[in-house]
Design a protein around this ligand. Structure first.
Ligand SMILES: Cc1cc2nc3c(=O)[nH]c(=O)nc-3n(C[C@H](O)[C@H](O)[C@H](O)COP(=O)(O)OP(=O)(O)OC[C@H]3O[C@@H](n4cnc5c(N)ncnc54)[C@H](O)[C@@H]3O)c2cc1C
Length: 382
């Protein structure tokens, strides 16, 4: 396996580095962490440079990049700005669902608009009583003439309050095994009967996550993803989308870990104690050495998973391992980063706490580390 970047990949990373330095310098990124104002302008700028269509095929207006380039792009973007990569994620899973399950007409209608930033989706799978056991969802869709009528509650729908459209999974058949009776729908956020309330979290305030109530919401029959053929196939579309989602989460988290390490090194190389910089103490150096080793190991695992995915080989085990390993080690890296900064690490004026807060959710979203370990165990024959 070749770990060197091609010239094209190097150019992609450079243009993204320039983009975040110009559009979301550190101070601005920090401000988004504490402000509930959604950065519509940044979202549109991400659309303008093609990031919203990074995995969407060129025939639908996207960049059509493969998994290797996608991981590099997301690592680079997150290194520069947590906000920039966080606001991309809510739209990612809904978009993949349309890509994997949508009819040709739906893809032609929706994907180019997603790429241009006109359609911004939020994805609703989790519910108040079903997260890891997502297939137990209770939200129901019942056909009434040429409309589906949806009732239920979705929990943790990221970006729902600022989305133009909601992509949700709902039960359409209660008489079959739970995974077999689920369908996916796309609907306008302004549809009567939809009520949205924000949930306060440890995450950046500009990137909300929400509880969404569906009360007799009438959705045209044509909004069933995959149209007639999509009926009860929502779980299959979702599974087809999950691998890339987890790879993206791993890649973003490596960017976060590298940023935490670089900040920590910068700090300890300038902070004095006992007549020398604290970076000269072996205890501090060993912490940094472990952090760096973990980042390299996580990056290699993620790149291997991406390479397998790129060539169409089986990759579920490697993607899952990458997501678990990178998110867990990054949480530890951020905690060690706080330790290296001493009291300043605990201060809201330094970014280490922000990195830690972001790292923590990466071990939950896209499958918790516990549930993903079950997936790995199955993959290795247990
Ligand atoms: C900030 C944020 C944003 C999110 N965004 C979205 C979104 O946009 N759309 C969406 O649909 N969802 C979203 N989620 C939901 C996320 O996917 C779920 O939180 C996650 O799947 C876990 O579900 P849960 O919270 O219900 O925990 P539970 O499933 O109740 O799990 C509780 C604990 O039990 C453990 N556990 C559960 N089952 C097992 C098992 N079989 N073996 C071992 N341990 C187990 C879990 O690992 C966890 O530690 C988001 C969550 C957060 C926090």
């Amino acid at each position: 396996m070749d770990f060197r970047y091609t010239t094209e990949q190097q150019l992609l990373c450079k243009s993204l580095r320039d983009f975040v330095q110009r559009e979301v310098p550190r101070e601005k990124d920090r401000a988004y962490d504490q402000s509930i104002d959604y950065p519509y302008d940044l979202y549109q700028k991400l659309a303008d440079i093609g990031m919203l269509g990074i995995f969407i095929p060129t025939e639908y207006g996207g960049l059509g990049l493969g998994p290797i380039a996608i991981t590099m792009a997301l690592e680079t973007l997150t290194y520069g700005s947590i906000t920039a990569s966080s606001i991309l994620m809510p739209t990612s899973l809904g978009t993949q669902l349309i890509l994997h399950g949508g009819s040709e007409e739906q893809k032609k209608e929706l994907l180019p608009r997603i790429v241009r930033g006109e359609v911004r989706t939020s994805f609703g799978l989790s519910e108040p009583h079903s997260g890891s056991d997502a297939a137990s969802l209770k939200t129901k869709a019942v056909l009434d003439g040429d409309h589906w009528v949806i009732n239920g509650t979705k929990m943790w729908s990221s970006g729902a309050d600022v989305a133009t459209h909601l992509v949700i999974a709902a039960r359409t058949d209660t008489s079959v095994a739970k995974q077999k009776g689920i369908s996916a729908f796309i609907l306008d956020r302004e549809t009567p009967g939809v009520t949205i309330s924000r949930i306060d979290t440890l995450g950046p305030k500009a990137q909300s996550t929400c509880q969404v109530f569906y009360d007799d919401v009438r959705v045209p029959a044509g909004n069933l993803i995959g149209e007639d053929e999509g009926l009860n196939r929502g779980w299959r579309f979702l599974n087809a989308s999950l691998s890339l989602e987890r790879l993206e989460l791993a890649a973003m988290t490596i960017g976060l870990a590298q940023r935490a390490l670089d900040d920590a090194i910068e700090f300890v190389n300038h902070r004095d104690a006992f007549g020398q910089t604290v970076g000269k103490f072996q205890a501090i150096q060993h912490m940094a050495a472990d952090m760096s080793t973990q980042i390299e190991a996580g990056r290699a695992l993620t790149q291997k998973a991406a390479a397998l995915m790129e060539t169409g080989e089986p990759h579920d085990k490697e993607v899952t391992m990458a997501k678990v390993f990178v998110t867990e080690t990054t949480t530890k890296i951020c905690i060690d980063g706080i330790q290296m900064l001493g009291g300043y690490g605990y201060s809201m004026e330094f970014d280490m706490q922000r990195y830690l807060r972001r790292a923590l959710v990466q071990t939950i979203g896209g499958g918790t580390t516990q549930v993903l370990r079950n997936v790995i165990a199955r993959q290795i024959g247990m």
